[in-house]
Design a protein around this ligand. Structure first.
Ligand code: SF4
Length: 407
């Protein structure tokens, strides 16, 4: 049985054989996972220095040299790396007095911080399967991003207290700006929010919960939503990037909504982390430093602040190591350009814009397929996995250890 690292659901029930450049005898793999497994056979990286093929030892030696001579290096990515690799990465950042940050810095971090500190109540996906009668996808489209979410946990399966499941006992709702793939499945319960209007939408729900007529939005729809929330026995909300980007620094209003809902009934929140081990990095860094991201070890002690975010640090650091992420295709153009101008080291199994721009490329085994390790599912459950393909490439953790030894 294999574990899929195609998203943060980390499905552990995958049956697949991979040989001769093809997948065969596949069971339980969604289309996204299928693409992830198949990618083991295409667009793989090779060790490179300044666009020329070299051997692995040379690439590692050059990476160590760049980091050793940098005054303020940035180590970024981590969300597609195992806990073991993240652990070595944090030690490397300490050794180098470097800044370390991950992809949550510009997505789910603002919510994850509240989940890990306990200010917003959470639960496991197994609790959702067993108890939830209402699941709300808010600014999230799991049918595209986490395709087995509804079938394994939140809508279709039978659970201890939900034997009649989606036919009678579960309601799936979507709050979104558009008719997403998930919204088409539960279109009777699509509640549209205008782009950037999530804070006002939440204020309107809070009014309805107080028995008042909301001042904004479709009043009839808002009253219907308020009634459904009040009637829920055990609800789960899954915020996606649509909600996070809309609320930005106004997460307090969401916290108020959850607190109010929990005065009436039970509601839990699980952030829809995208990368397979984003939450793992947040938990590990928090355990070691007290912060989930944006940490600098300059001067030997951990400090936290917006100046340590990848967006700011890309403009002030003098070298960068990127692992488990492709910031050049996902970050704002100014940040991507700043990273591309640096002495840049990319550790990645596959080609990406970042590896194409990097002065040093170090190929790695694909976690879950070619390398074993541990990761934290989106709900905080630790999952251990073994490789299912034999590969000659080192795992992220081994590459980082070798860089550290060379430094
Ligand atoms: S839902 Fe995610 S982890 Fe599960 S098979 Fe699909 S891509 Fe892989």
């Amino acid at each position: 049985m294999a574990t899929c690292t195609g998203c943060s659901l980390l499905c552990e029930d995958i049956e697949a054989e991979l040989s001769g450049g093809k997948l065969s005898k596949v069971k339980n793999l969604c289309r996204k996972g299928h693409g992830h497994f198949q990618s083991a056979f295409s667009e793989r990286t090779v060790p490179m220095i300044d666009g020329k093929k070299v051997d692995l030892d040379q690439a590692i030696a050059r990476a160590a040299e760049i980091l050793r001579s940098a005054k303020s290096p940035l180590l970024f990515g981590w969300s597609n790396s195992t806990l073991e690799a993240q652990n070595v990465g944090i030690s490397l950042a300490e050794k180098l007095d470097a800044t370390i940050d991950d992809t949550s810095s510009f997505c789910q971090g603002i919510l994850m911080e509240r989940i890990l500190s306990g200010s917003i109540p959470t639960c496991t996906l197994d609790d959702v399967r067993n108890y939830a009668d209402v699941s709300i996808f808010w600014g999230a489209d799991p049918s595209s991003s986490h395709p087995r979410h509804l079938s394994r946990f939140s809508y279709y399966p039978r659970g201890d207290k939900r034997q009649k499941s989606y036919e009678e006992e579960r309601t799936c709702m979507v709050v979104d700006v558009r008719m997403s793939a998930t919204a088409t499945l539960c279109k009777d319960y699509l509640f549209r929010v205008p782009p950037g209007g999530d804070a006002e939408f939440i204020e309107a729900i809070l009014s309805v919960l107080e028995g008042k007529i909301p001042r904004l939005g479709d009043k009839k729809k808002m009253i219907e939503l308020g009634g459904l929330l009040k009637k829920a026995e055990w609800g789960a909300i899954f915020p996606g990037l649509g909600m996070i980007y809309s609320l930005q620094d106004n997460m307090e209003v969401f916290e108020r909504l959850i607190a109010r809902l929990n005065e009436i009934t039970t509601f839990k929140v699980i952030p829809m982390a995208g990368h397979f081990n984003m939450r793992g990095f947040n938990e590990l860094l928090r355990e070691k430093t007290g912060y989930i991201n944006r940490v600098s070890f300059e001067g030997g002690a951990a400090s936290h602040g917006p100046e340590n975010s990848v967006v700011a640090a890309a403009k002030t650091c003098d070298a960068a190591l990127v692992i488990g992420s492709d910031p050049l295709s996902s970050l704002p153009f100014g940040t991507a350009r700043a990273l591309a101008r640096l002495p840049l080291i990319a550790i990645d199994p596959r080609r990406s814009l970042t590896t194409d721009a990097a002065g040093v490329v170090i190929p790695a085994a694909i976690s879950g397929l070619e390398a074993g390790g541990t990761a934290v599912r989106m709900d905080g459950v630790k999952i251990k996995f073994e490789p299912i393909i034999k590969a000659d490439l080192p795992a992220d953790e081994q590459i980082l250890s070798r860089i550290m030894e060379a430094i």
